[in-house]
Design a protein around this ligand. Structure first.
Ligand SMILES: Nc1nc2c(c(=O)[nH]1)N(C=O)[C@@H](CNc1ccc(C(=O)N[C@@H](CCC(=O)O)C(=O)O)cc1)CN2
Length: 460
């Protein structure tokens, strides 16, 4: 695929921060910037070394100086996109950045689509699709663990595993097809055991990857958590206590009611997202005032429920209703206020929610919070052992492809058992090969590629 146009975009947050970077990539990028960049030393950017920086000014066609800048010249093929790239480091202001970008567009560059630089890195073969996807994950990671997983994927952790699986499938196919195409050559056919063994080996590796997908999804996306309970049981103290110890990031939840924000707590690398109201920082008891009806709303969308009971008061009918409501949910019962004498009948909890983890806390004094975090971590990751080499399936697209490959390989085993001709087997093996190849983008439609990169930010 030969790309001939030159694209440009502002690659930093506009109007924020002290420096703003404009990135230009493509065959005309050096020429285009040369036309508007004046260095005191009258340098021609076409002649400078790759990865060299140059001080000067951006000047418009009338000779008016727009900004004082540093340009960074990177020459094909060792660049992010593999094309010639020039980056202009401007003073961060919005007006100057836009003006410089306009000048570049006037010189014949086209405004880049979101993700288009990375898309070019993919189309030009520097990275594969899984690595490109890792770049979005890296930018959006919410915890250090999430970041590590994304970096591993960017460095080819997943791609290499997928490539190995593909290689083995190709070898198997080549052999089977040779026996179909040239039966007279008497190519040694695999005996049934050998073929079965090889397929089992591949299935095992596909399953190994699939097994990581739950943990991968959780580490990347986090879990929506609802803290529910009657008024005054200590929900807000509990939230404050968790946030005080483990705050990861605070994000605004788009499209939700005004004032709703999300507190993200980092528990063992899991982004635990707790819906919070902005007012919580002003008054301690906003969560308390939300009451039971609101709790139910949060409950519906939550992956995990923390039901808070007042250990000092005993179980009320309202508590019972809430316990009934979370029967089908993952959840932890928190018996709070244990600084006071407990009057709570634990058997009643066991009756309604048998086997449910119960943690005793005194949230105001931060007591029991560590224990709660351990219980959440174990519950959410299902006691799964931590994967030391951090290749995890974090992406639904990858999981779907592996699921399809897995199913097809099981079909191969069946076909084989039924003693059907090799053609039947090769058809399925090809399907598996194609499914696995979607992960790295070796076998994938343009529409899906476009869709993936459209999700990137501008200038990436
Ligand atoms: N200014 C700036 N900072 C940035 C980026 C950028 O494009 N510009 N990046 C992106 O957004 C990231 C860095 N990513 C990069 C990835 C590959 C190459 C690259 O040129 N790779 C060459 C090897 C270069 C060499 O060793 O000489 C290659 O793989 O062939 C450059 C940047 C983060 N920081």
């Amino acid at each position: 695929m030969y790309i001939k146009d030159t694209i440009a975009a502002i690659s930093t947050a506009i109007g924020e921060g002290g420096i703003g970077i404009i990135r230009v990539s493509g065959p005309e990028s050096i020429q285009i910037v040369n036309n508007i960049f004046k260095s005191i030393k009258a340098k021609d950017l076409a002649d400078v070394d790759s990865y060299s920086a140059h001080y000067g000014h951006i000047v418009d066609t009338s000779g008016q100086v727009i900004d004082e800048v540093i340009t960074l010249v990177m020459k094909s093929p060792k660049t992010y996109t593999t094309e010639d790239i020039v980056e202009i480091n401007c003073h961060g202001g919005m007006v100057a950045l836009r003006k410089v970008l306009d000048l570049i567009l006037q010189q014949g560059a086209r405004l880049a689509d979101p993700g288009e630089f990375t898309k070019r890195a993919f189309l030009n073969g520097r990275i594969d699709l899984a690595q490109a996807e890792a770049i979005i994950d890296l930018i959006r990671s919410q915890t250090e663990t999430g970041l590590k997983v994304a970096v591993n994927q960017l460095e080819g952790g997943l791609s290499n595993k997928v490539k190995d699986i593909r290689q083995d499938l190709i070898k198997l196919l080549a052999h089977l097809e040779a026996t179909i195409d040239f039966p007279e050559d008497e190519i040694e056919e695999f005996n049934s055991e050998e073929l079965d063994g090889r397929i089992d080996g591949i299935i095992e590796r596909v399953e190994g990857l699939l097994k990581t997908s739950q943990r991968g999804k959780i580490l990347k996306e986090g879990i929506e958590t609802a803290i529910i309970g009657r008024p005054n049981v200590g929900k807000s103290s509990l939230l404050n206590s968790l946030v005080r110890e483990k705050r990861a990031i605070v994000t605004e939840v788009p499209g939700t009611t005004r004032d709703i924000i999300e507190e993200v707590i980092n528990i063992d690398g899991i982004p635990v997202k707790i819906i919070d109201t902005a007012g919580i920082r002003e008054t301690e008891d906003v969560v308390e005032r939300i009451g039971v009806e609101k709790s139910e709303e949060f409950l519906n969308r939550a992956d995990l429920v923390l039901l808070v009971l007042d250990g000092h008061q005993g179980i009320t009918s309202e508590d019972q209703k809430l316990m009934e409501a979370i029967k089908d949910k993952d959840g932890v019962i928190i018996v709070n206020k244990l600084d006071l004498d407990s009057k709570l009948d634990f058997n009643k909890i066991e009756d309604i929610l048998p086997g449910r983890p119960i943690v005793k806390t005194a949230a105001i004094e931060n007591k029991g919070i560590d224990k709660l975090e351990n219980v959440i971590s174990t519950l959410v990751l299902d006691g799964e052992v931590k994967n030391e080499d951090q290749t995890l399936i974090t992406n639904m697209r990858h999981k779907n492809a592996l699921d399809r490959a897995h199913q097809t390989l099981l079909d191969v085993k069946n076909t084989f058992k039924m003693n059907l001709p090799n053609d039947f087997i090769t058809i399925d093996l090809r399907a598996a090969l194609e499914a696995v190849g979607e992960i790295t983008g070796d076998t994938i439609g343009e529409d899906i590629i476009d869709q993936i990169f459209a999700d990137f930010c501008l200038g990436k």
